[in-house]
Ligand binder design. Structure first.
Ligand SMILES: [Zn+2]
Length: 431
C-alpha cells in the first residue's frame, strides 16, 4: 500500500474517532499524527546518519591503511633503486679491474714471447754458452735449474693472472645477474604501488559517496526538525484556539441555562411534571453517547489490555515496525502485527467498544475498526467477511469477522492494529 493510501486511512480514522468522541481538537490530532510521523522519520534518518558516519570512518581507516602500505612500498622501491645503483657501480669497478688484468696478461704474454724468441734466435748456442760457461758441474746444474725456473715462473705467473681474470669475470657476471634481479624486483614493487594507488582512489571515491550520504542525512534531519518545530507551533496555536472556543461555548451555555432557569422560575406552577421528564432526556443513544468501558489508566495497562484478535493463533507472522513490504518490496512502517491463521477462523474484538468502521478499505481489504474510548481504537484487516456493522457495540472476545486474505495480503492472517488518537502504535505491549 502506498503512503498516500495509508495517510488517507489515518485521516478517515481520525475523523471517525473525533466524531465519536465529540472532541474539539480534531485538527490538533491530525497535526499530532504528522508530528509523530516526522519524529519517526527523524529517528530513522538519525539511524541512517550514524550508519553513514560509521561507513565514512571505516573507509577512512581503509584509506589510512592503504596510505601506509603505499609509503612502505615506496620506501622499498627507493631501497631497491639504491641497491641497483650500488650494483652498477660495483660492476663498473669490476670492468676496470678486468681491463687492467687483461692488459697485464697481454704484457706478460709479450714478455714471455720475447724471451722465447730471443732463446730461439740464439738457438742451442745461447743455451750452451750459459751451460758451457759453467766452471763446475755443480754450477752447471745450478744454471740448468735457473733456466728451468725462469720458464716455470713465467708460466706460473701467467696462470695466476688467468685465474684472477676468470674470478673477476665471474664476479662481473654475478653482479649483472644481481642487477637484473633487482630490476625485476623494482618492476614488481612499482606494479604493487600502482595497484595500491588505484585501490586507494576507489576507496576514496566510496568515502566521498558516504560523505555525501552523511550530508544528505544531515540535511534531511534539519528539514524534518524544522517541519516538526512548525507543526508543534501549529498544534499549540490550535489547542489555544480550541480552549478559547470551549470557554466561550461554556459561557454561552451558562447564559442559556440561566435564561432557561429564569423561564422555569416564571412557570413554577408546572415544576412536578417538568422535573420527571428532563432527567432521562440527555441520553440520546447510539455512537455519540458511547463512553469508555473503563478509565484510560486501566485500558493502557501494558499487558493484556486486549485479548488476542485471532484466538488460539498466537504465531506472530510479522511484527510491528519498519520492514520490506512483501508485495511492494519498499521499506515501510508495518503499522500493526500479523497473526497467521487459517481462512475463515474467527477474528474477535480485543476489548469492549463500538464499531466505528466496518467495510472494505483499499489495501486493508475487509476491515473493522473498534473505538474503545479515550482516543484508543483497534483495527482488524484482510478479513474474508465481517459479522458486525458500523455503530454496533461489541464485547471483548466477541467475533467480529472471518479471517481471510483480502486487500494487499500474501496469505490468510489477521492484521491487528492499536491506534492512539489515530496513530498506530506497537500492539504487542497491549496484548
Ligand atoms: Zn499486517
Amino acid at each position: 500500500m502506498n503512503s498516500r493510501k495509508r495517510f488517507s486511512i489515518v485521516m478517515v480514522i481520525v475523523l471517525i474517532l473525533s466524531l465519536t468522541a465529540g472532541t474539539v481538537t480534531s485538527f490538533a490530532e491530525t497535526n499530532q499524527q504528522k508530528l509523530n510521523r516526522i519524529n519517526q522519520e527523524i529517528s530513522a534518518a538519525k539511524n541512517q546518519l550514524s550508519a553513514a558516519q560509521a561507513e565514512v570512518s571505516s573507509l577512512t581507516g581503509q584509506i589510512n591503511a592503504l596510505d601506509s602500505q603505499i609509503s612502505a612500498t615506496s620506501a622499498q622501491i627507493a631501497q631497491t633503486q639504491a641497491q641497483i645503483s650500488q650494483t652498477r657501480s660495483n660492476i663498473q669497478v669490476k670492468v676496470q679491474e678486468l681491463d687492467a688484468k687483461s692488459a697485464e696478461i697481454v704484457q706478460q704474454n709479450d714478455n714471455l714471447n720475447e724471451r722465447l724468441s730471443a732463446m730461439y734466435k740464439n738457438g742451442e748456442a745461447g743455451y750452451l754458452e750459459v751451460l758451457l760457461g759453467s766452471t763446475s758441474f755443480s754450477e752447471l746444474l745450478t744454471n740448468i735449474d735457473m733456466i728451468t725456473r725462469i720458464y716455470e715462473q713465467d708460466e706460473e705467473f701467467m696462470q695466476q693472472l688467468q685465474v684472477q681474470y676468470d674470478e673477476l669475470a665471474d664476479m662481473k657476471r654475478e653482479l649483472e645477474a644481481l642487477e637484473a634481479q633487482l630490476q625485476a624486483q623494482e618492476a614488481q614493487l612499482q606494479s604493487q604501488k600502482a595497484a595500491l594507488q588505484s585501490n586507494r582512489s576507489q576507496v576514496a571515491g566510496l568515502r566521498a559517496q558516504a560523505q555525501q550520504n552523511v550530508a544528505a542525512q544531515n540535511a534531511l534531519i534539519d528539514d524534518l526538525n524544522s517541519s516538526a518545530a512548525s507543526i508543534t507551533a501549529l498544534i499549540r496555536a490550535e489547542e489555544a484556539a480550541a480552549k478559547k472556543a470551549a470557554q466561550e461555548k461554556a459561557a454561552r451555555e451558562a447564559a442559556a441555562a440561566q435564561q432557561k432557569a429564569d423561564n422555569s422560575a416564571a412557570k413554577a406552577s408546572n415544576t412536578a411534571k417538568a422535573a420527571s421528564s428532563s432527567t432521562s432526556k440527555s441520553y440520546s443513544g447510539g455512537v455519540t453517547s458511547y463512553t469508555a468501558p473503563a478509565s484510560s489508566s486501566t485500558i493502557i495497562s501494558g499487558n493484556g489490555t486486549f485479548c488476542l484478535p485471532a484466538p488460539q493463533y498466537t504465531r506472530l507472522s510479522s511484527p510491528f515496525g519498519y520492514r520490506i513490504h512483501p508485495i511492494s518490496h519498499v521499506r515501510k512502517l508495518h503499522t500493526g502485527i500479523d497473526f497467521g491463521a487459517p481462512a475463515n477462523s474467527p477474528a474477535v474484538a480485543g476489548a469492549d467498544g463500538v464499531v466505528i468502521y466496518a467495510g472494505w478499505y483499499n489495501g486493508y481489504g475487509n476491515t473493522v475498526v473498534i473505538s474503545h474510548g479515550n482516543g484508543i481504537s483497534t483495527l482488524y484487516a484482510h478479513n474474508n467477511s465481517l459479522c458486525v456493522t458500523k455503530g454496533q457495540s461489541v464485547k471483548r472476545g466477541q467475533q467480529i469477522a472471518y479471517i481471510g486474505s483480502t486487500g494487499n495480503s500474501t496469505g490468510p492472517h489477521c492484521h491487528f492494529e492499536v491506534r492512539i488518537n489515530g496513530t498506530p502504535v506497537n500492539p504487542a505491549p497491549y496484548l
